[in-house]
Design a protein around this ligand. Structure first.
Ligand code: PXG
Length: 272
């Protein structure tokens, strides 16, 4: 059975799921998106993902052509149409068709796309062995230029960092912000553990407000583990006892080395 893709209220076979070459999502990366997990038929933190999508859209002055409730229904429908219980949902909203010029006001109809698929980001063994990552020279977008809180279709900042990481043989890459502080990885938030406390960069570091990040912070606090959202430098990373990354795709994945320095590599990672 071919995969069914949702576009503006209708389901299309994958081969027929197409968007115009005049869509500003393609021409300029003008649009927003979300990546969401479904576990055993339950969409994980759907409300939070929809809130973030709506906020991203608001930040770029893109008006969604449907309500959050309608979007939730559309996501359920797309998952069901593909028989997916454990999977990954990609919601994309583009600015729509316009002219060959930046003006978003010339775009009339935003395109709402929902893809429901399966995902495994990293090989299973990496969840046991841990990732080896490096700090790359590509600086995370300056929040006053393109705020990382906007989950926009413009992911070149992250892709350039990813290319640098891959070039060095690393599957993930740590990005610093314009002040040289730790920001986040290309598709994950970063956490450190030191002396039994969890440390993670604050929103002001210029990061995406990860939904997995929020879940991990809440779970840790429930277990009376102290969590500090505090500015971090590479120094903090190098002296940490543990390091892990969080994201919808990655879930929670341990990091064993950063720039070849070990974070309790090979030893137990009790907090992670
Ligand atoms: N930071 C960035 C820059 C992200 O893109 C996260 C953190 C984690 O946020 P959530 O809300 O998912 O906990 C993300 C999201 C992929 C992929 O295919 C990963 C993300 C987004 C889109 C695709 O690896 N991560």
């Amino acid at each position: 059975m071919p995969m069914k893709i949702y576009i503006n209220g209708k389901l299309y076979d994958k081969a027929d799921a197409k968007i115009s070459v005049y869509d500003h999502g393609l021409l300029y990366g003008d649009g927003v998106f979300e990546g969401i997990r479904s576990y055993a038929g339950n969409v994980f933190r759907l409300g939070e993902h929809l809130d973030r999508l709506w906020n991203s859209a608001k930040a770029i002055r893109l008006e969604l052509p449907l309500s959050k409730q309608e979007m939730a229904k559309a996501i359920e429908k797309t998952l069901a149409a593909n028989g997916i219980e454990d999977g990954y949902v990609r919601v994309v909203v583009t600015r729509g068709c316009g002219t060959l010029g930046l003006d978003p006001n010339k775009c009339s109809d935003p395109q709402v796309i929902i893809i429901a698929d399966r995902i495994s980001l990293y090989p299973d063994e990496l969840y046991e062995k841990g990732l080896e990552i490096i700090t790359v020279s590509t600086v995370r977008n300056h929040p006053a230029a393109l705020n990382p809180r906007i989950k926009s279709l413009n992911y070149l900042n992250n892709i350039l960092a990813k290319i640098e990481g891959l070039q060095a043989g690393c599957i993930e890459a740590l990005m610093l912000n314009h002040n040289g502080q730790v920001a986040e990885c290309t598709g994950d938030n970063l956490f450190l553990v030191r002396d039994g406390r969890i440390l993670t960069p604050p929103m002001e570091a210029g990061i995406l407000e990860g939904i997995t990040r929020d879940v991990v912070i809440a779970l840790a606090r429930e277990q009376d583990i102290e969590v500090r959202e505090t500015p971090l430098t590479k120094h903090d990373v190098y002296i940490a006892d543990e390091c892990f990354l969080t994201g919808t795709a990655a879930e929670v994945v341990p990091v064993v080395t950063v720039d070849g320095r070990s974070n309790g590599g090979g030893t137990p990672r009790p907090i992670t």
